[in-house]
Design a protein around this ligand. Structure first.
Ligand SMILES: [Zn+2]
Ligand SMILES: [Zn+2]
Ligand SMILES: [Zn+2]
Length: 149
């Protein structure tokens, strides 16, 4: 899970990726780092209704390009974004961990501690990225699950 950072550290992060320190970028970062689940663009829009859609879209795109966040899909097929590990870089992601889709709250979790095994593809196939999804109930939803009681 992402560690909590302060605004000063977010400015450093933008500096490190040669990105201008704009208020909307800092806000998107602080929101994404404050959650332990991935965030979709509609989620961000609902919290930051003063930032227009195009700006938000561009912020997410540039963060993904720079290796700050990576894309995962929720059960509805909506793109969500999650904070990357520090070893991701520009156009170079290493987010080969298990993604957990909760059928209760519909959140997507990055299970960073579960790295995917190396997979050798049949000759002729060249993968650009790998992801593995599991679905079921997250700990919070499982507690509320009546079937457990
Ligand atoms: Zn990444
Ligand atoms: Zn859940
Ligand atoms: Zn992830």
């Amino acid at each position: 899970m992402a560690s909590v950072k302060n605004n000063y550290q977010f400015e450093d992060l933008l500096d490190k990726h040669q990105l201008k320190k704009t208020a909307p970028r800092l806000r998107v970062l602080s929101m994404m780092y404050s959650k332990n689940t991935a965030t979709s663009q509609p989620d961000l829009e609902s919290v930051m209704n003063d930032i227009d859609r195009v700006t938000l879209y561009r912020i997410l795109n540039v963060f993904e390009e720079k290796g700050i966040i990576h894309k995962v899909f929720d059960l509805n097929g909506t793109a969500n974004y999650a904070v990357c590990h520090s070893d991701c870089g520009a156009n170079h992601h290493h987010d080969e961990h298990l993604h957990f889709n909760c059928t209760g709250c519909k959140n997507v979790y990055c299970l960073n501690e579960l790295t995917l095994p190396a997979i050798t593809l049949p000759a002729g196939f060249r993968a650009e990225d790998f992801t593995l999804y599991a679905s079921g109930l997250c700990p919070r939803c499982d507690k509320k699950n009546p079937a457990r009681a």
